[in-house]
Ligand binder design. Structure first.
Ligand SMILES: [Zn+2]
Length: 317
């Protein structure tokens, strides 16, 4: 409180001649330059943007604390998700191999088949259903604050479509899983739906994941990161195309050895690029959001001074 008062007193004295200065760290709205000690009516020494624009109410640094908490939670989901899926995928591969070796080595016992079914159901939950739910949660958390004109319409149609699609996917997966465990089948859930889900769900998950990152980068005001995310979306499209090519070769049952190997290498390289690229992007987003939150927390301690500075800026126009 005393810090606040001492910040106000010298400004009031010099308010007549328009000498109010920014008494704390405040990044420029254009280039991020620290505007501390710059006059409110002046311009940024780096990019020439008016200082008063840095005080605009709809900037993310003035977003409420609850919003920053939600962003951080969403971002942690986005970072843990690929680690979870890659780690789980490895575990699944090892388990499956062990089960196949066991079935081939000895006579196939009913118990083994039951065990296999349970492991498959469990892996389905761990590797597809839970990540899909987590991606859905991240999409809900990583939204623009609902205040001010520049934060955009809160009912973003693309986000709404993504959430509805994600929810449908999660419900379908839950139904398939329930059918598998409880030994019942819905007529319309037979055959094709589980097969479709096993391909569509991971692809939808990756697309949702990269779209979330793109939106996050745009929210943080980092167009470069958003462009990087757009490149990742293109990589997803390539990955899907390669997957479809490969599955067509598999279903045609006439694999020309060389072409299949080339496809496999291309598929592996694309997947590797996607994994490394999206993970790095998440870490960079985390660094930016940490920096943003630090500035925002500082702003929360200076609300009275900020109100006075805004009034001064408004009076000068
Ligand atoms: Zn600037």
């Amino acid at each position: 409180m005393s810090e606040m008062a001492s910040g106000v007193v010298p400004e009031q004295r010099s308010s007549d001649d328009g000498g109010k200065v920014i008494p704390f760290e405040l990044p420029c709205a254009g280039c991020g330059y620290d505007l501390q000690q710059q006059p409110v009516k002046g311009r940024c020494p780096e990019c020439g943007r008016p200082v008063r624009e840095a005080l605009a109410q709809d900037r993310l640094i003035f977003a409420p604390r609850s919003w920053w908490r939600k962003m951080r939670t969403g971002l942690w989901i986005v970072i843990i998700l690929p680690v979870w899926m890659v780690g789980g995928g490895f575990l699944w591969g090892i388990l499956r191999r062990a089960m196949v070796v066991r079935t081939v080595a000895g006579p196939a016992h009913g118990m083994d088949r039951d065990l296999m079914r349970w492991i498959e159901a469990g892996m389905f939950i761990l590797l597809v259903a839970l990540p899909a739910l987590a991606a859905l949660l991240a999409m809900i958390f990583l939204t623009a604050p609902r205040r001010g004109p520049r934060w955009g319409p809160w009912l973003d149609p693309v986000a709404l479509l993504g959430r509805l699609g994600g929810l449908t996917l999660v419900v379908l997966m839950a139904l398939v899983f329930a059918g598998q465990v409880l030994h019942f089948r819905f007529a319309w859930l037979n055959g094709e739906v589980p097969a479709f889900l096993s391909l569509a769900a991971p692809v939808a998950l990756i697309v949702a994941y990269v779209c979330i990152q793109r939106r996050l980068a745009l929210l943080l005001g980092r167009p470069g990161l958003a462009q990087w995310a757009a490149v990742n979306i293109a990589a997803v499209v390539l990955l899907v195309g390669l997957l479809m090519l490969e599955s067509r070769e598999i279903f045609a049952a006439s694999p020309s050895g060389q072409r299949s190997a080339a496809l496999g290498v291309a598929l592996g390289l694309t997947a590797l690029f996607l994994a490394v690229s999206t993970f790095t992007l998440s870490i960079l987003c985390l660094i930016h959001i940490r920096g943003g939150y630090r500035v925002a927390r500082n702003m929360m301690n200076h609300t009275q001074i900020i109100a006075a500075l805004r009034a001064a800026a408004a009076a000068s126009t």
